[in-house]
Design a protein around this ligand. Structure first.
Ligand code: NG1
Ligand code: ZN
Length: 569
């Protein structure tokens, strides 16, 4: 290994691997050199980039790392090939840990180092990594099997990336199962199912059929006797969520049977360039408008998934023709309302601690609603679902969502046991316990799942007999503005307090605090983006005009502090 970024400390490997294995690793990666000057980093969502910039090299190294991780954890590891809401020519890869959660953070560094290793040094780097991570156990662990499962979205670069992945897994003798097309949350689900089968925590059957059946059965249980009003139009971003949602629909009762009428749009996966183009959750959230392809009339329920179906946002056009968005904050509060109500009816309010987890981007009105009206605690974490996920796991029922629509609900082992073992004393309590129990199965607890979140939102609306207007009126969003500011070096913008305060550059936070104090219900913060070379400024205030003015002034502060140093000194 060369370069100062190496995390492989030993100058020489402690345990030598067989030469045949090292030769196989080198032979396998030969077709996939790093293009000149490319650098890769394992970010919030794994590696993501234009697929033709050496991504097959990266995917090969992810295959190697997955095999080591599988041995280390003595469990099956997952790999998902997708670039989510990014354009069609991008792709990406990420690792999924045994319980269906994101790769443990301390291993992201290994992934980055291995991805940046040249072909000539790959076998040696693998040997170093085996020694580094499997340290004491190495002699026993080397012989453990390495089981991997993987899936991909519908991008055209997928097959060639899978070929590189298989080459790596074959080189190190890993065993694997290729699921073909899957949504990201389906792959997370499979990993957890495989690793929990034949245990008291069995999550389900590790097949697509198992996934649909589990969800459909839970849906039927919660729906019992309720009616979903009208249809829901689901925009699938022309991604893998389209065919998967179509498949799920076959398992669900129709509206006439007391089920649901889902109108699927933008499910064309044969036209590669259509993916995420003028549609999908990211389009709707950032443009604050419906996809042009949407033909829904006034007050009709619509939702949009992203390209790999791990995000969902709702929206409708009101009677005055105004576009209304119900984003992740709204789905979170909707879920919290329902679960708190059911817990109360089940007589479990005292036993189950319910809480909400948000990031600083959540609308202040949603936070106030949860704390003051629902009287539930709110925890704020830094951006990135892994932070939210961990914080949510500290509650018995932890609801977490990013404003962009990625989120889910976690039930602790204690909650699951309490809900499933409490004996009802009357029909009302029985219904509440059954609904809570079915929610545990309906919600994909491994990761945000657009399809599962959508079904959950639909049943909650049915339970409450709420229209979109009713849902929207639970609280009024504070007007807000998100601005992207390009600076000389975004790394100087360091934050604390869940990214709500700048600690560097010195003096910047004082200026922001002073500005905020001039606005009614003003709140603003600046933080470096983790996915783009920019600083994001968020501002909200009592009126639209004030929110915009505050955002502009704070952006000016960021520009001033982020300007390139004067070359004259
Ligand atoms: P960054 O670029 O770090 O702000 C964005 C989103 C996150 C999350 C990540 C990962 C905003 C403001 N930020 O992060 O919510 O989704 O991408 O994809 O939406
Ligand atoms: Zn996604």
């Amino acid at each position: 290994m060369s370069g100062s970024t190496s995390v492989f400390n030993q100058p020489k490997p402690v345990v030598k691997l067989e030469q045949a294995l090292l030769d196989a690793i080198n032979a396998g990666i030969a077709p996939y050199p790093i293009p000149d000057g490319r650098k890769y980093g394992y970010g919030t969502a794994g590696f993501r980039m234009k697929a033709n910039l050496g991504l097959n090299h990266v995917v090969y190294t992810v295959g190697l790392l997955a095999a080591i991780r599988a041995k280390k954890r003595n469990a099956t590891i997952g790999i998902m090939i997708t670039a989510s809401h990014n354009p069609a020519e991008d792709n990406g890869v990420k690792l999924v840990d045994p319980m269906g959660d994101m790769l443990e953070q301390s291993w992201e560094g290994y992934a980055t180092v291995l991805a940046n290793t040249s072909n000539e040094e790959m076998a040696q780097a693998y040997e170093h990594l085996v020694n580094e991570t499997l340290v004491d156990e190495i002699r026993q662990l080397q012989d453990r099997p390495a089981n991997i499962v993987f899936g991909r979205d519908t991008r055209t670069s997928g097959p060639s990336l899978i070929k590189a992945l298989k080459a790596a897994l074959d080189a190190v003798g890993a065993t694997y199962h290729d699921y073909g097309y899957l949504t990201t949350p389906q792959l997370h689900y499979m990993v957890r199912c495989v690793n929990t089968q034949n245990t008291p925590y069995a999550f389900g059957e590790a097949t697509e059929d198992g996934y649909y059946k589990k969800m459909a059965n839970a849906f039927k249980t919660i729906m019992y006797g309720r009616k979903i009003h009208g249809s829901v139009t689901a925009d699938c971003a022309n991604g893998v969520g389209g065919p998967k949602l179509q498949e799920l629909i076959k398992y669900l009762p129709t509206a006439a049977e007391g089920g649901i009428d889902i109108k699927v749009i933008n499910d064309d996966v044969l036209k590669p360039e259509a993916l995420n183009f003028d549609c999908g959750a990211d389009y709707v959230k950032t443009k604050q408008k419906a996809p042009p392809s949407s033909k829904a009339g006034p007050n009709e329920r619509c939702c949009s998934l992203d390209g790999d179906a791990d995000r969902v946002v709702y929206y409708f056009t009101d009677s005055n023709g105004v576009f209304r968005l119900l984003d992740g904050d709204r789905i979170a509060t909707l879920g919290a309302v329902f679960l708190a109500e059911m817990a109360e009816k089940a007589g479990l309010s005292d036993k189950l601690k319910i809480g909400l987890v948000q990031t600083a981007y959540a609308n202040g009105a949603s936070t106030e609603y949860v704390e003051k009206v629902l009287k539930l605690p709110v925890v704020v974490t830094p951006t990135g679902v892994k932070h939210l996920h961990h914080a949510a796991a500290r509650f018995d029922i932890g609801v977490y969502f990013e404003a962009n629509g990625h989120g889910t609900i976690l039930f602790s082992d204690n909650a699951t046991k309490t809900i499933r073992e409490t004996q009802p004393k009357n029909p009302g309590q029985k219904h509440a316990l059954d609904s809570l129990s079915a929610s545990i199965d309906l919600i994909n607890q491994t990761v945000g799942d657009a399809i599962s979140d959508m079904l959950f939102a639909e049943v909650v609306l049915a339970h409450k007999a709420w229209t979109m207007e009713n849902w929207l009126n639970t609280y009024i969003d504070l007007p807000n503005r998100l601005v992207r500011v390009e600076v000389h070096d975004r790394s100087i913008f360091k934050t604390e307090d869940a990214e709500r305060k700048l600690v560097s550059p010195k003096g910047a936070q004082e200026e922001i605090t002073r500005l905020v104090s001039n606005y009614t219900k003003g709140r603003s913060f600046a933080r470096a983006s983790g996915t783009e070379d920019a600083v994001r400024v968020y501002a909200e205030a009592y009126s639209k005009h004030e929110a915009e003015a505050l955002a502009k002034h704070v952006a000016d502060v960021v520009k001033k502090f982020g300007a390139a140093p004067d070359p004259r000194g």
